[in-house]
Design a protein around this ligand. Structure first.
Ligand code: DON
Length: 312
């Protein structure tokens, strides 16, 4: 009898090739110059199961920066450092319906607290909660956290993408100064932005994302080495935010069409979690109008339908 994983392994290359064709409907992000050279029609997916199963298919040598996927892990590190009360004194728990870098609602609510930790304003506020004496120390703690969860001590920053974002981040600077002015950000603005830009520039592959997602699928513990990194309740918080806000303004559509917690980034990466079953990493640099990997979302939708992944 063919097992679930044997079937996945056999069918996956074909699903990847079918989804790759929709890459032409998207565009690679270019507002950060260092991202613009990514190969438009590349596509890779890695699936890591709770029992140690591993399957991947497509252009899996491709590395890319975490970008907004890092917001899941800065949230978790901030929860570990500052607790729930500390985190939710800085950010809310609700989706906005606005663009990820919007400043709009910061002026509409009092005291201008960002609606959630996955919009840029929220992630910048969260970056200020990571413990460390200097921005370098905070960034290093964030990198070490990713290295541990992905079980790879060689993971590091892409310096070109980091510089490129730092030099062009006028919108993020304005968000951070706005937060400083209304008292949500107590730390130094440029120091906080340094931590945020560095976390976005952590370079990974889809296997790394799948392994990190597997920890989230398994209640905060790596099922292979048995080590627990994150309390289960914090994992529940992160997974909940991924369902409600993880795919920007397409989170509702993604919940209906795919039905699993996921977080995307502008480099075309998607980290997805099937609780109790597996962790998934995807990359496809061409983005749809909502800023999500067009081929990646297509592929996850097709696989979810085929393998009945929806948690709903
Ligand atoms: O803030 C930025 O522009 C990027 N470094 C991260 C953006 C991203 O992936 C989209 N976020 N929600």
């Amino acid at each position: 009898m063919t097992t679930y994983w044997q079937q996945l392994r056999r069918e996956l290359p074909q699903w990847v090739e079918e989804s790759r064709t929709v890459s032409q409907d998207g565009e690679v992000a270019s507002y950060i110059p260092g991202l613009a050279s990514a190969p438009k029609d590349a596509l890779c997916i890695s699936l890591f199961g709770i029992q140690g199963e591993q399957v991947h298919a497509g252009d899996c040598k491709l590395t890319f920066t975490m970008q907004s996927i890092s917001k899941v892990f800065s949230l978790l590190l901030a929860l570990l450092d500052s607790g729930e009360a500390g985190v939710f004194s800085k950010v809310g728990m609700e989706p906005t319906g606005d663009d990820f870098n919007s400043i709009l609602k910061l002026e509409l609510v009092d005291p201008g607290k960002p609606f959630n930790p996955f919009i840029n304003a929220g992630a910048i506020a969260i970056a200020s909660l990571i413990e460390g004496e200097t921005p370098q120390e905070k960034s290093m703690r964030m990198l070490e956290f990713i290295r541990e969860l992905a079980d790879d001590p060689t993971i590091t920053w892409n310096e070109e993408v980091y510089q490129s974002e730092r030099d062009t981040a006028h919108r993020n600077r304005s968000l951070a100064y706005f937060l400083k002015d209304n008292g949500v950000l107590q730390a130094d603005v440029e120091d906080t932005l340094e931590v945020y830009f560095r976390q976005c520039a952590i370079e990974v592959n889809t296997d790394h994302l799948a392994r990190m997602a597997l920890v989230l699928a398994n209640g905060g513990c790596n099922p292979q080495n048995g080590r627990c990194y994150i309390p289960k309740h914090y994992v529940q918080i992160a997974n909940s935010f991924m369902v409600t806000c993880g795919m920007y303004n397409a989170s509702g559509e993604f919940a209906i069409q795919v039905g699993i917690p996921a977080k995307s980034g502008v480099s075309g990466g998607i980290l997805a979690v099937i609780p109790g079953k597996m962790g998934i990493g995807v990359v496809g640099p061409a983005l749809n109008k909502k800023g999500n990997s067009v081929a990646g979302v297509h592929l996850l939708g097709a696989l979810s339908e085929r393998y009945d992944w929806s948690i709903f």
